[in-house]
Design a protein around this ligand. Structure first.
Ligand code: E4P
Length: 217
């Protein structure tokens, strides 16, 4: 399973990347706002740190303008994935941009039918939003599972990028279902290492070690 960091925070991405935990990055207009940075500048910095795909999202609503923005974003670096919303205009832009050889991440997916359309339009990634479905009392993970089944039924090659991941349980469940990628905020990725039994076990070992009076170095 690949880990993408859902952030435009260069320092946080850099820290996780140094640990070998970053296979890519996803950004969106809200994350750019949070970073307080210029989209072209911050995305360029991220692309220089991370070898894998870095999603940068268009904001136009009409396909011709989306295509123009997508081409501009793709000029930032060779590892840009152009992020397009799941609308008919977005799908049209997806078809054109993937035809030109660009990596495309189709975002804001909330149904299996939308995921089928994205795959047919040639999307490299489909981003179903797990947390936002949970927010409205629907089951976000069920959508990941349904897309996995349908894509496997028809050998659709689009990678499932489980997005809007809010908890460590979301990560484990997405892995169990077979999502190709998860994108999660840095704090969720850091929490994956935590377990109270690990802390308790370590405390006990250190207590006993002190009693031995020994030193390793
Ligand atoms: C990533 O591609 C998405 O934009 C992001 O995961 C959305 O997450 P949120 O629902 O927590 O804002």
């Amino acid at each position: 399973m690949k880990f993408f960091v859902d952030s435009a925070d260069v320092a946080a991405i850099s820290d996780l990347n140094a640990l070998g935990m970053v296979d890519g990055v996803t950004t969106n207009p809200s994350l750019i706002l949070k970073s307080g940075r210029d989209i072209l500048e911050v995305t360029k910095e991220i692309c220089a740190i991370v070898a894998g795909p870095v999603s940068a999202e268009v904001v136009a609503l009409e396909s011709a303008a989306m295509i123009a923005e997508g081409r501009r974003l793709a000029e930032i670096a060779p590892n840009i994935a152009v992020k397009l919303p799941l609308t008919w205009d977005g799908l049209k832009a997806c078809k054109v941009l993937t035809g030109e050889g660009f990596t495309v991440n189709v975002t804001l997916c909330f149904s299996v039918n939308q995921a089928i359309l994205a795959a047919k339009a040639g999307a490299s990634f489909i981003s179903p939003f797990v947390g936002r479905l949970d927010d409205i009392n629907l089951d976000g993970m069920e959508l990941i599972s349904d897309i996995r089944t349908v894509y496997d039924n028809y050998d659709m090659k689009t990678q499932i990028l489980a997005a809007s991941i809010r908890s460590v349980n979301h990560v484990a469940e997405a892995a169990r279902i077979g999502a190709d990628v998860i994108t999660a905020p840095p704090e969720v990725i850091r929490k994956l290492a935590e377990h109270p039994m690990t802390d308790r076990g370590l405390q006990q070992f250190l207590k006993d070690w002190e009693k031995t009076g020994q030193k390793i170095l």
